[in-house]
Design a protein around this ligand. Structure first.
Ligand code: G1P
Ligand code: ZN
Length: 542
């Protein structure tokens, strides 16, 4: 077998964001683009004699990128690659395979919830031997490496047949094509009370699972319909398509509108759920009631002990800073630790590895536990099903009891997408500059108790992450957070996070946008969103 050394030049902008390197597909398909980044990965982590996992969410270019990555992995001297059949693996399933097989890490091809297709998004990220996304120090080293790259290694070989499960060879490297679903489904069976959930379905419980033409389709059909006996047809949009059928595979009320309409319609099933492009995000909806991700995290934390995998209780609960504090209240009641980390799942890795946290979550429809090192959409959906099967109550009843006990953190996120980057940067710079003078100021009748730019010191390794988002905290416990997205591929996206706590027992059933109206006005006034960006209203509200 021949290995060619291909001369290349650094390509600007190969800097991984919140979750790997994401670009428009034509950019990734451009000359040397994918190759340079993959070589930078191997130059940093080393490939000689190692075993890696490879898979992706099946989006456009996934299949061809996989062949390039396989040839480069072989050329860089790796011993073995475990690849999902058809180059498909959901992100949580990839994380599980990395851990299960004690490999040296894995490469995941995905741009998560971003649309896919020839003109849409593509992405590549590296996960560590613990199954979790590479930490900032590692991704920064990869980026630095891309700025000085002069060559990459490529094996001269034909494509590997990834359509059938089994072993083959590529140069000196073993390629094991595995069923993407089997090991993951086994893991889920080990965590949840499948017989209780099966009995619930057998008793007439109805569910709608919307995989949004993305990667969880085969996982959902196998687990929900085949193993748990949900009615055939429970899973919709269950065939993964390279362009996600033109959908925006982001499970939120805006993009999963069909599911929302059904759940609020006359013949709504008992439970609805959706997941994103690569299967790590989830949205859950009850009949006629939406469950915000922050509330979902809190309810899962409060009830996790009802599932066999968590019956010994939780070690701690972690949430990203912009996520509502609802989970903190549960942790306090349980007498366990709670952690507040910067945005991005990678910050949970150390807490999970160190056994400090068992369940983690983000307001951005991400929930997961120490079973893998990624958030896990189907995991969250199955834990909800397990809780519903044991408690035999509706989602609405479970939520209202939860709020009655802990109070309610009214919460919403407003996204302002595709703002000109310079305008968004100017707004954030002005806001940051104003922080020292904000304490004590009264806006909309509320007094600012403190304002800062969130910085995080990792309690496990002491690493410090600064400038993670502006927090404006009010005396009544309300909170405004502003940050710019690190996953977008077009201009800037401003994320505005809004929170207000209501202790109850009165006032627990308001519409969140109404409950937050004063805070929303205060945020616009303090940040000057219209003045800087020209935007008066968000384009996505969750
Ligand atoms: C977004 C979410 C964040 C999540 C990430 C990857 O990042 O806000 O919580 O971890 O996607 O799914 P952002 O675009 O805000 O940087
Ligand atoms: Zn995702």
């Amino acid at each position: 077998m021949t290995i060619t050394i291909v001369a290349t030049k650094p390509i600007a902008g190969q800097k991984p964001g919140t979750s790997g390197l994401r670009k428009k597909t034509p950019v990734f398909m451009g000359p040397h683009y994918l190759e340079n980044f993959v070589q930078a990965i191997f130059d940093v982590v080393g490939a000689e004699g190692k075993t890696f996992v490879l898979g992706g969410d099946g989006r456009y270019f996934n299949d061809r990128a996989a062949q390039v990555i396989l040839r480069m992995t072989a050329a860089n001297g790796a011993a073995r690659v475990i690849v999902g059949q058809g180059a498909i693996l959901s992100t949580p399933a990839a994380s599980h395979l990395i851990r299960l097989n004690k490999t040296d890490g894995g490469i995941i091809m995905s741009a998560s919830h971003n649309p896919g297709g020839p003109e849409e998004d593509f992405g590549v990220k590296f996960n560590m031997p613990n199954g979790g996304p590479a930490p900032e120090g590692v991704t920064e080293a990869m980026y630095q490496r891309t700025t000085m790259l002069t060559e990459y290694k490529m094996l001269v070989a034909q494509d590997v047949d990834l359509s059938v499960v089994g072993r083959s060879h590529l140069g000196g490297m073993v390629v094991d094509v595995v069923d993407p679903v089997a090991d993951y489904a086994t893991l889920m069976e080990s965590l949840f009370n499948f017989s209780a959930i099966r009995a619930m379905f057998a008793g007439g419980f109805r569910m709608r699972m919307d995989s949004m033409c993305a990667v969880t389709g085969p996982y959902a059909v196998e687990i929900l319909e085949r193993r748990l006996g949900a009615e055939p047809g429970t899973c919709v949009n269950a065939v993964p398509l390279p362009d996600f059928g033109g959908m925006h595979p982001d499970p939120n009320p805006t993009w999963a509108k069909a599911l929302m309409d059904e759940m609020f319609g006359p013949d709504a099933p008992d439970f609805g759920a959706a997941s994103d492009g690569d299967g790590d995000r989830n949205m859950v909806v009850g009949r006629g009631i939406y469950v915000s991700p922050s509330d979902s995290l809190a309810v899962l934390a409060a009830n996790a002990h009802l599932a066999p995998g968590y019956k010994a209780g939780l070690k701690g609960v972690a949430r990203s800073m912009p996520t509502s504090a609802a989970a903190d209240r549960v942790a306090a009641a349980l007498g366990i630790a709670s952690y507040e980390t910067p945005t991005g799942w990678k910050f949970f890795g150390n807490l999970l590895d160190a056994g400090r946290a068992t369940i983690c979550g983000e307001e951005s429809f991400g929930t997961g536990s120490d079973h893998v090192r990624e958030k896990d959409g189907l995991w969250a959906i199955l834990l909800w099903l397990n809780i519903l099967a044991v408690r035999r109550e509706s989602v609405a009843a479970i939520l209202s009891q939860h709020w009655g006990k802990f109070g309610r953190n009214y919460y919403s996120r407003h996204d302002f997408e595709a703002i000109a980057t310079d305008k968004a940067d100017a707004m954030m710079a002005a806001l940051r500059a104003s922080l020292p003078g904000l304490k004590g100021r009264v806006v909309e009748g509320m007094t600012i108790a403190g304002a800062d730019d969130f910085a995080y010191t990792d309690p496990v390794d002491g690493s410090i992450s600064k400038a993670q988002g502006v927090r404006l905290m009010f005396e009544d416990g309300s909170r405004i957070v502003l940050r710019l997205s690190g996953t977008g591929t077009e201009g800037a996206t401003l994320r505005l996070y809004l929170e207000r706590y209501a202790a109850g027992p009165m006032g627990l059933d308001l519409d969140p946008q109404e409950a937050l109206a004063g805070i929303i006005r205060a945020a616009h006034e303090l940040a000057g969103i219209e003045r800087f960006t020209g935007r008066t209203a968000p384009n996505v509200v969750t």
